[in-house]
Design a protein around this ligand. Sequence first.
Ligand SMILES: [Mg+2]
Length: 395
Amino acid sequence: MVGLFFIIGNELITESEHFTKGKQEGAIYRYSKTHKEVWDELYKGKYKVEYDFYPRGEVIYELCSDSYIVYKDSCIDNSYIDKCIAFTIKSKYTIISDERFLCHACRTNSNIFGAICGDILGSTFEFEEKKYNNISEIDLFRDGSHFTDDTVLTLAVADWLLHDLNDYEDDDYFKDKLVKRIVDYVCRKYKNQPLGYGFSFWQWCNKAYLIDEYEPYNSFGNGSAMRVSPVGWFFDTMEETMRFAKLSADITHNHPEGEKGAMCIAAAIFLARNGKSKSEIKKYIIQTFGYSELNLSVEVLREKSNYSVTCQDTVPLAVAAFLESTDFESAIKLAISYGSDSDTIAATAGSIAEAYYKEIPLYIADFCKCKLDKHAACLCKEFFDFVNKQSQKNI
Ligand SMILES: [Mg+2]
């Protein structure tokens, strides 16, 4: 059989036919229709997106080797092909990742990229303290845009989750590992870069670097919320998400407001990526964490807010920006419109918006990708591939 497939969340869609009925191109037979033709004919009306939005691939037959080749998006795990698609082939096959089949999320390096885009786009607004009552006046694509501490610490948390977790260790072990990751990012990988770290954090980090000891400093700054987004993406249950969000805060931000800020953002991402509606997310956050400000509009919150870098002031602003947004771009603009700690509020709003809208517009992703170094880009991709493959294994 030759054919095409799409993977839409937990659903696998296949179209196939005997290779002799397919289209012959030299020594190759492939399915007689293209992905676009199949999608437009059968699925576009239902899913309301273009054919290249979801992961996809094709199975072709190669006459000379008398075998099949499965070409697929790189975010699809080979074991998923073996488990879910191979039975339709019933013969020898090879699996090859092919850039022709990159889905929207792969093209935008999704998952933790929402926070990073928010950080980059908000970076030049951070110290302007200018409120925007009309968000169409906000030009997101400024020359001086750059990644800041929010991105570096998000990367450190992602690296920690990818490489330091196992089933057997306790919370203290995980916290020690996270401290080492953060020190490695701040004092080695991105050392000597003025990225806007808070003074207390800088002192804490240098002490951990120099004498390998750390002491949480009871912070309720928004540093715990700015770095937590990978936790929201990584775990299968809310219980684990909350455990590791709290852990990720506790190494520095062990004040109840510091913990709450991190847990709230991770919970919002977890709920959004699992298909919860905005009203469900809002209700959960108010019931679990308080933040009754979420009952107010962005306009009212903007009027009332002053520049702040605390969790209790900025986390509700970020969540409110997401709740009132209509897409990823408007979430970032609403976050910037407060005229407060713009890079962090945009990073936290962006991290939830990405999970909810499931896409970052290509023009934003392309602009922000150019601001990242190779390590950051590769880690985003590694994190994205890992999370996607985990979710496919759960099917
Ligand atoms: Mg920053």
